[in-house]
Design a protein around this ligand. Structure first.
Ligand SMILES: [Zn+2]
Length: 244
């Protein structure tokens, strides 16, 4: 399964998961939806951990206003497509993994093909319209979704397993307005890293997931809080999975 270089590369993880766990990571295909502030740390840590295939999706080009937080992209990448800039760095970090890049704005029409063959979806979006598209695919195809969102110094993470946990529509019924919001790079780094951690735990079966729990991060006071969240049996997306 692994050549000698890979065994060396993943040595410190194999101490945790065994070769069996590492091979689960190698066999996994993970969708990173968005390659900005959250998508950067998510993709970096998943590539470093040896996820066998990453599908990276973003329609946008790198802009100078991205660089305070989108650590996959450098000044030389301004005007380049984020997926091209991202693939370059990720492949330099770990040439043993496969990266598929998709340049598109995720919507109801393309989500079915984008999620084909995907084991875990990671929500690295910056708007709820697209998050709800990911959420619908998660419920209809029963693919786990690792949700993360950030603003300013605050962030949140939850892991959605359809049928076991509430979906995004159980939690947020309306769509917050799309606007330019303040964001510190470290907030996206912390939340994105927790999302990558959830992906790795889900795939290897190690540890406890944030299923039925919303983790809230307050970067101003260094506070983490976990609140229990329940499915809404009247949810128009996942309610049918929670009927008695
Ligand atoms: Zn729901």
């Amino acid at each position: 399964m692994f050549n000698s270089t890979e065994l060396e590369r993943y040595n410190r993880q194999i101490m945790l998961f065994g070769e069996e766990g590492q091979s689960k990571l190698k066999q996994a295909t993970v969708l990173v939806a968005g390659l900005g502030g959250l998508g950067s740390p998510i993709a970096i840590y998943l590539a470093a951990a040896g996820i066998g295939k990453l599908k990276i999706v973003d329609f946008d080009n790198v802009d100078i206003t991205n660089l305070n937080r989108q650590v996959l992209h450098y000044e030389k990448d301004i005007t380049r497509m984020k997926v091209v800039s991202g693939q370059e760095k990720l492949q330099q970090l770990n040439p043993n993994i496969e990266i598929e890049r998709v340049v598109t704005r995720i919507d109801e029409n393309n989500i079915k093909s984008i999620t084909e063959g995907i084991d875990v979806i990671v929500d690295a979006m910056d708007n709820y319209d697209t998050r709800f598209v990911l959420n619908s695919a998660t419920v209809s195809k029963r693919i786990p979704l690792i949700h993360g969102a950030v603003s300013g110094l605050d962030g949140q993470v939850t892991t959605i397993i359809p049928g076991k946990s509430p979906c995004l529509k159980c939690l947020f019924t309306s769509t917050p307005p799309k606007e330019v919001f303040p964001i510190l790079g470290t907030t996206a780094g912390i939340i994105g890293t927790i999302q990558a951690n959830e992906v790795i735990k889900y795939i290897t079966g190690k540890g406890e997931l944030l299923v039925g729990q919303l983790l809230l991060w307050d970067g101003s006071s260094n506070g983490f809080e976990k609140i229990s969240i329940m499915p809404n049996t009247n949810c128009d997306v996942c309610g049918h999975l929670h009927e008695e």
